[in-house]
Design a protein around this ligand. Sequence first.
Ligand code: ADP
Ligand code: ADP
Length: 229
Amino acid sequence: MTTITFDDVTKKFPARGGNSTEVTALSGVDLRIESGELAVIVGPSGSGKSTMLDLLAGLDLPTSGEIRLDGRPITGPGLDRGVVFQQYALLPWRTAQSNVEFGLEAKQVPRPQRRDRAREYLDLVGLSGFENHYPHQLSGGMKQRVAIARSLAFDPEVLLMDEPFAALDAQTRDLLQEELLRIWESTRKTIVFITHGIDEAVFLGQRVAVLTSRPGTVKDVVEVELTHR
Ligand code: ADP
Ligand code: ADP
């Protein structure tokens, strides 16, 4: 169970190249994401969504302010966070099964358990029967399912998703949105989902944080009526 808080988080990037002014990607962001929530962060390009996710993933540090997981400040990597990006980042020379097992090898989970857990999560994302397929034998949607299974098999405290369906066709995207809701309902993981699509945000989110650009701030946090579920 993991509650995430952004407490007055500002992120500035130094001036770079021909650009003489620093970029304020986030300015005084306050946000609370409750344990077990599927929270969506939506905003236009350049509003700081990826920066928020990078900070959550521990890939970068805020310039000022603090991000906490259950009250503990996040400082760099170390905590269990699963990340699913727009690009699948699967290893092409490994099967679906073996891609899902990959993260578990690093965690030194014994082989038989790795195999069982990978099968279980491939089943959860609807890929039973595709264990021995290589990425090039799978469609875009299926590859993204493998990426989701890989992140979940790792049993992270929080699942971070950065525009994971943006590269998919509309029909596959709709299907995976439904799948993600089902997975979230069965696992009750805390999920932070980033998108620039308002439709996707409102469909998936229990609460939607709306970012505005120049400089990135949280403009509003909208509670979504879940009448469509
Ligand atoms: P979004 O994901 O909403 O498109 P980003 O978080 O990628 O927004 O970017 C927010 C702002 O910060 C943009 O103006 C972007 O150009 C800038 N930015 C992001 N990363 C860097 C970086 N590494 N160096 C300099 N500026 C950056
Ligand atoms: P997206 O719009 O998909 O979030 P971007 O094209 O904004 O992607 O950014 C791609 C990468 O480049 C990111 O890792 C981001 O941190 C970095 N980046 C974005 N803007 C800048 C910038 N002005 N200077 C340096 N790096 C940047």
